[in-house]
Design a protein around this ligand. Structure first.
Ligand code: KG4
Ligand code: ZN
Length: 358
């Protein structure tokens, strides 16, 4: 079964052709990083216009790289939410029109569920229950996954996502956008023990994350120590490298300490880390060592599947399509779509969610 996946929730226009949910025939991504760079973050209006320009050529390229004709496509899967409304609508409208014209089923996919499915291509099958950390520019959640397709949020961020904190701290230090890759690079040359940044404690005792306080602490440290932002990443001095290393170590510690606590409580059989921040080598090492300590396998997507892509959307869509789930033409973008309320899913999954009291 060939599924065409389409992703346009934020600043990547992507299309992919996937065979039987696991084999990537093509995965094409057009990144808007250069377009948004001068603004230090994604400008929603510019993003949707760019998606509109790119979607048609990107889908064509995905089909031609997969060496298939559009008529060979058996189903279309598209990111329905969460994301930026204008951006999501471009993908959703395009997917609907294409599925209608081809007379094939189509399905709206939750972007976060897509990130979870990014591990299916290059790892052994996931053994459930699993504990999955989805960590990106827009999301930071830990999900307990008792069986495939059933999700319970066991920890979430109360404010900024971890990737967003990387981006904001990079901006503060004059390192440009996106912040994750450049902070990771500079952190390798910095001393992570140089600055003791605090890890937020949530007063109601829930195992949630918070990164806004850390961002403020970095800002205060930079001001009090008169650290000048770099003119560009290449010229960053030792003080900036030490801040980058200390900040990165604090984010990772906060994520991994919580993951460790919930691993003890929930006894999963597999650990999963996905989303843009999963590109980070130091985070990978920290979760690998948690896995080794707990005797659990850790599954990551490879780097090109960690950031936004359409292969993961097609894979998640395939799971639902195979079970008979379909979206209809009334389906529209859902900016705040939650994994627990996946409206397109089949009756069996709905029953399971009731059983797990989700
Ligand atoms: O998954 P993604 O492409 O988009 C969202 O769904 O948000 O994630 C993008 C985020 C950005 O915030 C970026 O700074 C972060 O992932 N990121 C990283 C690294 N590479 C990308 N964060 C830390 N270390 C990295 N190497
Ligand atoms: Zn994403």
């Amino acid at each position: 079964m060939l599924v065409l996946g389409i992703e346009s929730s934020c600043d990547e226009t992507a299309a992919a052709v996937i065979k039987d949910g696991k084999r990537i025939l093509s995965s094409v991504i057009s990144s808007q990083i250069e377009l948004h760079k001068p603004f230090g973050g994604v400008v929603p209006e510019l993003a949707s216009r760019e998606h509109l320009e790119k979607i048609e050529p990107i889908v064509r390229e995905a089909l031609s790289k997969a060496e298939v004709s559009v008529k060979d496509i058996d189903a279309v899967a598209v990111t329905q939410g969460p994301g930026l409304i204008g951006s999501l609508l471009v993908g959703v409208c395009y997917a609907k029109a294409l599925a209608f014209a081809l007379d094939v089923p189509f399905i709206g996919v939750n972007h976060i569920e897509g990130h979870l499915y990014s591990v299916v291509f290059e790892n052994p099958p996931v053994e459930y229950p699993a504990l999955a950390l989805i960590v990106s520019g827009g999301h930071t959640n830990l999900f307990f996954v008792p069986e495939e397709g059933v999700y319970k949020v066991v920890s979430r961020t109360r404010d900024d996502a971890a990737g967003e904190a990387f981006d904001k701290v990079a901006k503060m230090l004059g390192l440009g956008y996106p912040g994750g890759p450049v902070i990771e690079k500079l952190a390798r040359e910095g001393d992570k023990t140089k600055v003791k940044f605090p890890i937020a404690k949530i007063s109601d005792g829930r195992p949630d994350f918070s990164f806004s306080g850390l961002k403020t602490a970095v800002s205060r440290y930079v001001r009090e120590n008169q650290i000048e932002p770099a003119a560009e990443a290449k010229t960053a001095n030792q003080a900036i490298k030490d801040v980058a290393a200390s900040f990165q170590a604090t984010v990772i510690k906060s994520l991994v300490v919580t993951m460790e606590k919930l691993t003890r409580e929930l006894a999963p059989k597999t650990l999963i880390v996905a989303g843009g921040v999963a590109c980070n080598g130091a985070l990978r090492e920290a979760v690998e060592s948690l896995g080794a300590k707990s005797g659990l396998p850790v599954y990551f997507p490879s780097k090109h599947l960690s950031t936004d892509n359409a292969a993961m959307i097609a894979a998640a869509g395939y799971f639902h399509l195979r079970r008979g789930a379909r979206s209809d033409l009334q389906m529209t973008a859902d900016v705040t779509m939650r994994l627990q309320n996946f409206e397109n899913e089949d009756a069996d999954l709905k029953r399971k969610k009731v059983r797990y009291r989700l």
